[in-house]
Design a binder for this molecule. Structure first.
Ligand code: FAD
Length: 275
């Protein structure tokens, strides 16, 4: 069965909380398998992640908190896992995370595979664990091969499934899938999908997280200047066709980075007739 899911970040302001409530209500109608909620490394959003997850659950949807380990202690993470467990949360996205710039590295965990191992050691099979995958290679990786081997460490540590960083070139995903199969990795690896609404923001974000915007796509998006309506219309066509190619090529689902907005995720969902 294919799984379709949607990502939120925990809102920072009371207005953001109200808005996300509305966005969740609209997106819940699409009946995604779960909503995931990001977690700020260094503990900056710990409580807000939990509050957002609880609210989504209380409103009747399945929710999965992200949990990052960089800058955290065992004690700290044990505490968070116990809190999630006591609230009946059984699905988690386990990450290393990135510390905010200027924050010193003080944690007991260096990589996400250590976190996955820790979650399994502490809580057995209680949690369904998702991890991150990078078809275009994680920006800090030593190389393509190293990154693949490091991805396999997370699978071997007990991850049930993976969600990819977003990408715009389906070949990157298909090639990654072939390499994973060759290494004996058989967990579902769901493509992360970033709807396109604003070029400069997308370009900034992509250069930070190592997602390539193909030159022709960058030029095309640039050419719309501030014409947001055209960027969104073209972006919708382009991302819908990327999703169609991924699903036709065997992707086991899609995970939408909604950026706490409902319009583009809804439009894509309907256009693709996802169920
Ligand atoms: P890892 O898998 O630990 O990999 C990090 C780097 O270390 C890679 O270059 C890898 O090759 C290398 N590496 C891994 N293991 C080893 C090892 N054992 N020995 C040597 N090298 C190793 N960030 C947040 O802060 N909060 C979030 O909620 C969040 N959600 C995300 C959700 C998804 C689906 C994705 C794709 C990313 C998310 N991120 C989030 C970003 C993520 O935290 C960063 O990309 C981070 O830099 C790496 O996290 P990771 O879990 O992939 O790390």
């Amino acid at each position: 069965m294919r799984t379709f899911s949607i990502e939120f970040f925990p809102p920072k302001t009371p207005e953001g909380v109200t808005k996300l409530r509305d966005v969740h209500m609209q997106l819940a109608r699409l009946n995604p398998r779960f909503f995931s909620v990001t977690f700020g490394a260094g503990g900056s959003t710990r409580d807000r992640t939990l509050e957002t997850v609880m609210e989504i659950q209380a409103a009747g949807s399945a929710a999965a908190p992200h949990l990052s380990c960089v800058g955290s202690t065992r004690e700290n993470l044990r505490d968070i896992l116990a809190t999630y467990k006591s609230h009946g949360i059984r699905h988690i996205v386990a990450l290393r995370g990135d510390l905010p710039s200027g924050m010193a590295e003080t944690g007991e965990f260096r990589y996400a595979n250590e976190l996955v191992e820790f979650i399994r050691a502490e809580t057995g099979d209680w949690f369904e664990i998702e991890v991150a995958a990078y078809p275009e290679v994680h920006p800090q990786a030593k190389g393509y091969r190293d990154d693949l081997v490091n991805f396999k460490r997370k699978v071997d540590a007990g991850a049930n499934a993976a969600i990819t960083q977003y990408f715009f070139n389906p070949d990157a995903y298909f090639n990654f899938m072939d390499e994973c199969a060759a290494l004996g990795i058989s967990i579902p690896i769901v493509p992360g999908i970033m709807p396109i609404s604003n070029y400069s923001q997308l370009a900034r974000f992509s250069s930070m997280c190592g997602a390539e915007i193909p030159r022709w796509l960058a030029k095309r998006l640039e050419s719309y200047l501030d014409d947001t309506a055209s960027i969104r219309a073209f972006g919708l066509d382009f991302i819908a066709s990327l999703c169609e190619r991924l699903l036709a090529g065997g992707a086991p689902g899609l995970h939408f980075y909604s950026m706490n907005q409902s319009a583009l995720t809804s439009a894509l969902w309907q256009r693709l007739d996802l169920k």
